[in-house]
Design a protein. Sequence first.
Length: 147
Amino acid sequence: MLEQEEGEFFRRGLEALERDQTVAALSWFEKAIEKGRSPSSLSFFAFCIARQRGQYKKAISFCLEAIQKDPNNSLHYLNLGKIYLLDKNKTEAIKVFREGMHHQSNAQIIQELEKLGPRKPPVIPFLKRNNPLNKYLGIILSRLKLR
């Protein structure tokens, strides 16, 4: 009985997310978690609290719990990557998206990676990408729209 209720709440949460109604989705996923902590419910609840409330650390821990319970489901990696993007951590988001693709092909992850686009080559190619000179020259040139 509890699993059926959780499934119904989860389905309604997904429908709300598809309509871009994060507040409603958050409410449905919260109810689903109260009935049972399925990895999918945890993952989507995590995305909603990050998007709606800005609780990134809490959201990341929920997503990691979902991944631990169901490591081969790429949707958990998709949600975790989106949370990292909301938290303005593009590097970690890309890592998580790529890890998700190793477990299961997912068109949404591919779409997110394409939106982020390929990285540009370092400004000074013989220096490492993380060299401060390369980093700050790249930032300055990007802001001046010369790169």
